[in-house]
Design a protein around this ligand. Structure first.
Ligand SMILES: [Zn+2]
Length: 293
C-alpha cells in the first residue's frame, strides 16, 4: 500500500481523522434508518456493521492515531432515534487515547440548549456536530441563534455539514430532505455572529465549493475538511487552496465507515503532490491546532 510520505516519517505522531461515524447499528441502522440504506445502495453496497476494536485496528494499520467520533440527533426531522450523547461519551471513555467525542443536539428540541451544556459540562464532550440537511434546519435563522450563543459560550468547536448529501439518494423527493440547508453560505452568517466559535465545514461542499473557500479565507474562525470524498473526486480548486492559501485551515477526514482510511490515504498519495510539510499540516497539525490537542 502507498501511504503519504509524511505518515512514514511521522515518527509515531498520530494522524487525526476529523470526521468519523460509528460502524455500529446505533448509527448505521437506528439513526440512519431508510435514508442510510438509500445512500448505501447508491454506492452499490449494503449497510454492514462491526465493532470499535476492529475500527481502531483498521486505523492503526495505516498510522492514524486519533479520530473525532460524531454524535447524531436528527430525530424531529427524520423520526429516527439519535446516536445518544451518553453513548458517544461511553465509547470515548472506553478508548480515550483514540477518540475525541463530539455531541449532537437536535435544534428543534426544547431542551437543545440544556443538552448542549450537559454535553460539555457533564459528559466532557469536546465539540458539536450538526447535519443541517438531516436535521432540516437553517442554521442562520434567528430562532436558532440562542443555541449557538450557548455553544460559543461553552468555548468548544462545531462541525457543520457542508454541501449535498447522499442520505435518501435516488428516492422520490429524496425522503423529504432539503439540500439547501447544506449551503455553506448559511454558515457564513453563523460565523459572523459567533466570532469566538471555531467552525469546521465538513466535506468539500459540492456544489458550493467556491463559496466554502471564500468563507474559509474571509472568516478566521472557519476551517474545512476533505472528508466524504476520495481525493480523485475533489474539485481541483479545493486541492489547490489546501496546498496554498488555506494550508493552515484544511484537515483530513474520512466520513468513516462510508469511506475507509486506507482507501482515502492511498488515493491522497496517488492524486496529490503536496510537499511533506503541507501533508503534515493537512493530516494532523491543523486538526491538533483546531482541537487544542
Ligand atoms: Zn459524516
Amino acid at each position: 500500500m502507498t501511504l503519504p510520505a509524511a505518515i512514514q516519517s511521522a515518527d509515531g505522531h498520530p494522524v487525526v481523522d476529523t470526521h468519523a461515524h460509528q460502524p455500529t447499528a446505533e448509527f448505521l441502522e437506528d439513526a440512519g434508518g431508510e435514508m442510510m440504506a438509500d445512500a448505501a445502495s447508491e454506492f452499490g453496497t449494503s449497510v454492514e456493521t462491526w465493532d470499535y476494536g476492529e475500527m481502531i485496528d483498521e486505523y492503526h494499520a495505516v498510522g492514524i492515531g486519533r479520530a473525532i467520533l460524531l454524535g447524531w440527533d436528527a430525530e424531529t426531522n427524520t423520526g429516527n432515534p439519535p446516536v445518544p450523547n451518553d453513548y458517544v461519551a461511553e465509547v470515548r471513555d472506553a478508548h480515550p487515547d483514540f477518540f475525541v467525542g463530539f455531541g449532537s443536539v437536535d435544534p428543534w428540541k426544547d431542551d437543545a440548549d440544556a443538552e448542549a451544556r450537559r454535553c460539555v459540562e457533564d459528559l466532557d464532550l469536546s465539540g458539536f456536530k450538526f447535519q443541517q440537511i438531516a436535521q432540516g434546519f437553517d442554521p442562520s435563522a434567528p430562532e436558532h441563534r440562542e443555541l449557538f450563543d450557548t455553544i460559543e459560550d461553552l468555548g468548544v468547536p462545531v462541525v457543520f455539514h457542508g454541501g449535498s448529501s447522499t442520505l435518501g439518494a435516488g428516492t422520490p423527493g429524496g425522503r423529504g430532505l432539503k439540500l439547501k440547508y447544506g449551503d455553506p453560505m448559511l454558515i457564513d452568517d453563523v460565523a459572523a455572529d459567533h466570532p469566538e466559535m471555531p467552525i469546521l465545514l465538513a466535506h468539500p461542499a459540492f456544489p458550493w465549493e467556491k463559496e466554502q473557500l471564500a468563507i474559509c479565507r474571509q472568516k478566521g474562525n472557519v476551517y474545512m475538511d476533505l472528508s466524504g470524498w476520495l481525493p480523485r473526486y475533489i474539485d481541483e480548486q479545493v486541492l489547490h487552496y489546501a496546498g496554498t492559501v488555506l494550508r493552515d485551515k484544511v484537515m483530513f477526514g474520512t466520513d468513516y465507515p462510508m469511506i475507509r482510511p486506507e482507501r482515502w490515504l492511498e488515493d491522497f498519495a496517488e492524486q496529490t503532490d503536496y510537499d511533506e510539510a503541507t501533508q503534515r499540516k493537512l493530516l494532523w497539525e491543523n486538526a491538533e491546532a483546531f482541537l487544542g490537542l
